[in-house]
Ligand binder design. Structure first.
Ligand code: MRU
Length: 339
């Protein structure tokens, strides 16, 4: 549980050193139940990521890092490497997963005391994530002026990280600075991260939040002061992969001249990619769309498309708030300065 001065009074993940297990807040149960579950082995961790009990790019990375720690109990370096590769396959789009796994693998190959050193590395990844969120919050809070209306999409909050969140971290920091604003959160079909998760954490923290359906975005946009979203992978040219629907939001924001900002830590940049076209987009199971609470809501004869992410072209993005600085165009030139 973060300290009482933290704007976030819940913890998404904790490594329990008494039992050597991972404890996570099960996000599939929110907003109705705040349930913490134990991940006992690498398989549990793989499924928690794949089935989105934990989700959000930075939190996926932190969870996978602790998953590698669980594998170290075997004491067998080769088995740990294999487990790391397995975890890396849980979800394809958020680069934070492979970034964290690569760090853990490098440590595996050098470690003398496997368990202790891997736990140290995972803790470092978690701490760095928390620090990055705080810094993003500080830098981004300046973008929020008084009496604003902020639109967000999906959940790029404390629930998506081990800290105060990225896009929502900015909102928490602005609140601490005494700024007055309200938030419009799009519900984010099909898994409703905006409706279920963002509305839960923002209202828990006393932030006035209106949840709107995804198809209401264009209706509300003319009155919006600023759009703030997270990211799952950012290419060198500034193209940003984020939750499906982000690109539509950016197109509408540009039409109405509303500034569109992305908030993301350095661990979300994929410096190996020259363009967003190279970002792998996760296709999820058709039942996420076909069914609602187990009831079929789509004609069984209809086919389903379910890409979980889209890519927003750099030219629609006003700036990217990182823990180092707010990156603005020209992105190809300025993203290089982050390395
Ligand atoms: O499928 P999800 O819920 O993992 O998608 C999450 C998002 O798209 C977030 O906006 C992104 O990971 C940034 S989280 C700080």
């Amino acid at each position: 549980m973060p300290g009482s001065s933290s704007p976030v009074q819940f913890k998404t993940i904790e490594y329990d050193t008494q039992t050597n297990k991972i404890v996570i807040l099960d996000q599939t149960r929110l907003p109705n139940e705040e349930i913490y579950v134990r991940l006992e082995n690498v398989d549990d961790v793989y499924h928690a990521i794949k089935d989105m009990q934990v989700r959000g790019a930075p939190l996926i990375g932190v969870t996978a890092a602790y998953g590698v720690v669980l594998a170290a109990a075997s004491g067998n370096r080769e088995a740990v490497m294999k487990a790391a590769d397995y975890l890396n396959k849980a979800r394809p789009t958020a680069v934070n997963l492979s970034w964290a796994i690569e760090r853990m693998k490098t440590r595996v190959s050098r470690a003398k005391d496997l368990s202790a050193e891997l736990l140290e590395e995972a803790r470092m990844i978690e701490r760095e994530d928390q620090q990055a969120c705080l810094r993003i919050g500080e830098l981004g809070a300046g973008l929020i002026t008084g009496d604003s209306k902020i639109m967000v999409h999906c959940n790029a909050g404390a629930l998506a990280t081990s800290g105060i969140g990225t896009a929502l971290g900015i909102i928490y920091r602005a609140q601490q600075n005494g700024k007055k604003f309200v938030v419009y959160s799009s519900e984010t079909r099909p898994l409703l991260q905006g409706a279920r998760l963002t509305s839960w954490e923002l209202t828990k923290n006393g932030i006035e939040t209106f949840t709107i359906c995804d198809n209401m975005v264009a209706t509300f946009m003319p009155d919006i002061s600023l759009v703030l979203v997270g990211a799952d992978r950012i290419a060198n040219n500034g193209d940003v992969a984020n939750k499906i629907g982000t690109r539509g939001l950016a197109i509408i924001a540009q039409y109405y001249n509303v500034p569109f900002y992305v908030a993301a830590p350095l661990s979300t940049f994929d410096f190996a990619l020259t363009s967003g076209k190279q970002i792998p987009i996760e296709e999820r199971h058709e039942d996420e769309i076909r069914k609602f609470h187990d009831a079929c809501i789509v004609a069984s004869s209809a086919k389903i498309c379910n890409p979980a992410f889209d890519v927003t072209p750099a030219e629609l993005i006003t700036g990217i708030v990182t823990e180092k600085f707010i990156v603005t165009p020209p992105y190809s030139e300025n993203i290089r300065k982050l390395q």
